[in-house]
Design a protein around this ligand. Structure first.
Ligand code: ADP
Length: 189
């Protein structure tokens, strides 16, 4: 091997680049996001340190009677991550494992706040594994200051006139105000 060949690793670089784009680590982060909170944002930012791409899957579940429509929830998330090219926001219903497969993701991210989340999340993770053994669930914990935070709590605090500073992104607070003032002036959560 000549010296030139020895140091010529352009093929190797090309190969690893193409492998990299094929093997991009992609995860799905599903939830109601009604509305997205700083806890969700924290989990997504942490997730992006581990995965190349995250698909944020917004659950269309009319039975849960969400405050915000699916499109409103999607728009709020898109606005927060508008500068990111490694997140995508998509509505979904049906089986999560099917959604993950359709989007070429083999990992589902879930956030674990307190022990109270554990039982339900554990059950879901095992059920999803039974439905598709190739899909792995990846649990992440948020910053301690968000470990008590939930979308329901945010709506309750807002209804009672409490301050949402540091709990939700600015745009979300604005949307909550609009929702209550214009659409649901007498909504009782
Ligand atoms: P919620 O449980 O608040 O109604 P979602 O259904 O939107 O929220 O939750 C989607 C995922 O995000 C779940 O895995 C949930 O445990 C997680 N999650 C929600 N809020 C937080 C938070 N403050 N910190 C970490 N994970 C969270």
């Amino acid at each position: 091997m000549t010296k030139d060949n020895f140091f010529d690793n352009s093929n190797l670089t090309k190969m690893s680049k193409s492998n990299k784009s094929q093997n991009k680590k992609k995860a799905v982060y599903p939830g109601s996001f009604d509305p997205i909170t700083n806890g969700h944002v924290d989990i997504i930012n942490r997730g992006l340190k581990v995965f190349d791409d995250i698909v944020i899957a917004v659950l269309e579940n009319p039975k849960k009677k969400p405050l915000f429509t699916t499109q409103e929830r999607i728009s709020m998330i898109q606005e927060i991550f508008s500068d990111y090219d490694n997140t995508k926001v998509i509505a979904f219903d049906g089986l999560l494992v099917e959604f993950a497969k359709k989007n070429s993701a083999r990992v589902v991210i879930r956030g674990l706040r307190a022990i109270s989340d554990f039982e339900y999340e554990f059950q879901m993770a095992l059920m999803n594994r039974k439905l598709d053994p190739d899909i792995e669930t990846f649990f992440m914990t948020p910053n301690l200051s968000y470990s008590f935070l939930s979308s329901n709590l945010v709506k309750e605090i807002f209804m009672l006139g409490g301050c949402l500073k540091d709990l939700v992104p600015k745009g979300v607070e604005k949307k909550l105000k609009e929702k209550f003032e214009t659409e649901h002036p007498s909504l009782d959560l």
